[in-house]
Design a protein. Structure first.
Length: 483
C-alpha cells in the first residue's frame, strides 16, 4: 500500500510540475509582473509584432468605440459600430501571464452605450460586467492573462446580436510564453455577417434588420468588414518560398465559417485558437461564430490564391472572398500550369450550351418592363460570376459596370450571350481569360437581360429588343471574337 501510495504521489507531483512547465493558469496567475508597456494595436489585416520578452509585464490597452458610417459594398453604406473605427476591431497581442489594464473609451459623438466581452478574460461577462460605458466616458478594469490562445472579443450590450452584427468584434492573441513558430508574414482576417433591410446590392445607406438577423439570413457575409476588403489593391501579398500565418476570426453573430484558401493546404492549424495542439495538412477548417483559428502554410507557387468561406454562395454572392497575391519564380514540378487546350466532344458537338428551362414570361411592352424582367433573369443566371453590383470578380470574371466592351458594340454583346465567348478579352483596360458559356435563352430573355445590364451601374442606357437579338443570330465577325 505504501508503494502504491508513493507511486500515486509521484504521478501527481510529476503532473503538477509538467503543468507548471507548460505554463498553467495557476503558474500564470502567480507569475511576477515586471515593468509596464502600452499595447500596440493594429487594424486588419495587419498584426502587431511577435512578443520577444521573456517576462510577464503590465500591459495598458486603450480601445476606443466609434460609430461610423462606411462602405459595406460598392454604392452601399452602413453605420458600423466599431472598436477602433474599423471592422473588425483592432488586433490586441499580449503574452500569457501579463496583467492587462484595459481602458474602454466611448467617443462622445456616439449615440449608444457599449461594453466589451473578451473571451480571453476569466470573469463576469469576460469584462462586460465592468465595462458598460456611456458616450463620452471611459471604463477601466484589469485582468490576468491566464490561458494562451487566439480569442474573440465583442460588445455584449443588449441587444447583443445587434451590436455584434453592426461590426463590434475583433481578436486578442494571448501568445504562449515560448511564442509561436516564426513565419515571414502574419495577417488578420475576420468574417462577419451583415443584415440590411434592403436586398444585397441595394444602393444608399442601409439600416440594420433585426428580422433578418433573427431569421439568420444575412444579405452580406464578408471578410474584414466590407465586400472587396481583401481584393485587388487590398489583397494580401507574399513571395514564393515564404511562410504565411493567418489569424482568422469569426464575429458572426450567427454563421459558422468554412475557411479555405483555394490552391493551398494549411501546413499547420491551431483549431479554435488553441495554441497547445496543432494539426497538419488541413484543407478547410471550421470556425464557429465567436471562435477563431490560426493557420500556417508555405507558398510554393506564384499566382493569386483565393480566400473563401467554402459555403460558396457566401463567397461568390455575398462577399466572403479575398486574395493572396504571390510573386516569384514558377516551379513547374510543383504546378505545371495549363499544358495544352484540346477539344473534348463526348457528345459529338462543339457547342457548349448552358441549358435553361423554357421561359413563358409575358413579353415586355415597355423599356421599364424589359428592365424589370431582365433583372430577374440576371439574378438567376449571371450574378454568381458578375456579382449583384456588376463589378465581376478581379482576375476571374470581367465587370459589367461601365463596361467599354459592352457599350461599344450591342451586336457583340448579344452574340456573347447567345453564342458564348472563350479566350482573352479586354474589359476596361484589364485582360481576362476564361469561358462564358452560351445560354439557351429566348430572344425575349436575352433582350431583357441585356437591357437591364445596359441600364445599370453607369452603362449606356441602350435598349435591346427581341428583333435585335433575332437579327444578330448567325452573324459573324467581331461579335464573337475575343481580343
Amino acid at each position: 500500500m505504501k508503494f502504491l501510495r508513493s507511486i500515486g504521489t509521484a504521478v501527481i507531483t510529476i503532473a503538477i510540475c509538467g503543468a507548471f512547465a507548460m505554463g498553467s493558469p495557476e503558474r500564470n496567475r502567480s507569475e511576477k509582473i515586471e515593468g509596464q508597456e502600452t499595447a500596440t494595436l493594429t487594424d486588419a489585416p495587419l498584426v502587431p509584432s511577435p512578443i520577444t520578452r521573456h517576462n510577464a509585464t503590465k500591459v495598458v490597452v486603450h480601445l476606443e468605440v466609434k460609430e461610423v458610417e462606411g462602405r459595406l459594398s460598392d454604392g452601399v453604406k452602413y453605420t458600423f459600430w466599431t472598436f477602433g473605427g474599423k471592422v473588425p476591431g483592432r488586433f490586441i497581442r499580449i503574452r500569457e501571464g501579463d496583467l492587462v489594464e484595459f481602458h474602454l473609451d466611448n467617443h462622445p459623438n456616439n449615440k449608444m452605450p457599449h461594453n466589451i466581452d473578451l473571451h480571453a478574460v476569466i470573469g463576469p461577462g469576460g469584462g462586460a460586467a465592468s465595462s458598460l460605458t456611456a458616450p463620452g466616458h471611459s471604463s477601466v478594469f484589469s485582468f490576468k492573462s491566464l490561458n494562451p490562445g487566439l480569442y474573440v472579443y465583442h460588445c455584449a450590450t443588449a441587444p447583443v446580436a445587434m451590436h455584434v452584427a453592426n461590426g463590434m468584434y475583433g481578436l486578442i492573441l494571448v501568445e504562449p510564453q515560448e511564442g509561436l513558430p516564426k513565419v515571414d508574414h502574419e495577417f488578420y482576417v475576420m468574417q462577419g455577417d451583415f443584415y440590411t433591410k434592403g436586398p444585397n446590392g441595394q444602393q444608399g445607406l442601409q439600416p440594420f434588420s433585426m428580422d433578418k438577423a433573427v431569421a439568420e439570413k444575412p444579405e452580406y457575409v464578408v471578410f474584414n468588414g466590407a465586400v472587396g476588403a481583401l481584393l485587388g489593391d487590398n489583397a494580401l501579398t507574399a513571395k514564393v518560398g515564404e511562410t504565411v500565418r493567418l489569424y482568422v476570426g469569426n464575429g458572426g453573430p450567427n454563421l459558422t465559417s468554412s475557411f479555405h484558401v483555394i490552391g493551398e493546404i494549411f501546413d499547420n492549424v491551431w483549431q479554435e485558437g488553441n495554441t497547445s495542439t496543432v494539426v497538419h495538412n488541413v484543407q478547410t477548417t471550421m470556425i464557429p461564430a465567436g471562435g477563431a483559428a490560426i493557420v500556417d502554410f508555405k507558398v510554393s507557387a506564384p499566382g493569386t490564391f483565393i480566400l473563401v468561406d467554402h459555403s460558396l454562395t457566401r463567397a461568390f454572392n455575398k462577399g466572403a472572398i479575398g486574395q493572396l497575391k504571390v510573386s516569384g519564380a514558377e516551379d513547374k514540378l510543383v504546378y505545371s500550369g495549363k499544358i495544352s487546350d484540346e477539344v473534348y466532344m463526348p457528345e459529338g458537338t462543339g457547342f457548349h450550351v448552358a441549358e435553361q428551362p423554357s421561359s413563358f414570361a409575358p413579353a415586355a411592352k415597355t423599356k421599364a418592363e424589359r428592365i424589370a424582367h431582365g433583372e430577374t433573369i440576371f439574378k438567376a443566371n449571371c450574378v454568381a460570376c458578375h456579382q449583384v453590383n456588376g463589378q465581376g470578380i478581379p482576375n476571374a470574371f470581367p465587370p459589367l459596370a461601365k463596361s467599354d466592351y459592352l457599350n461599344q458594340d450591342k451586336v457583340r454583346a448579344i452574340k456573347v450571350v447567345s453564342e458564348g465567348l472563350q479566350g482573352n478579352v479586354k474589359v476596361n483596360g484589364q485582360q481576362f481569360n476564361g469561358v462564358m458559356p452560351a445560354w439557351s435563352l429566348t430572344d425575349e430573355d436575352i433582350a431583357n437581360v441585356l437591357t437591364f445590364i445596359y441600364n445599370s451601374w453607369g452603362n449606356s442606357g441602350k435598349e435591346v429588343t427581341p428583333s435585335d437579338v433575332k437579327s444578330s443570330r448567325g452573324k459573324t465577325g467581331k461579335a464573337v471574337q475575343s481580343e
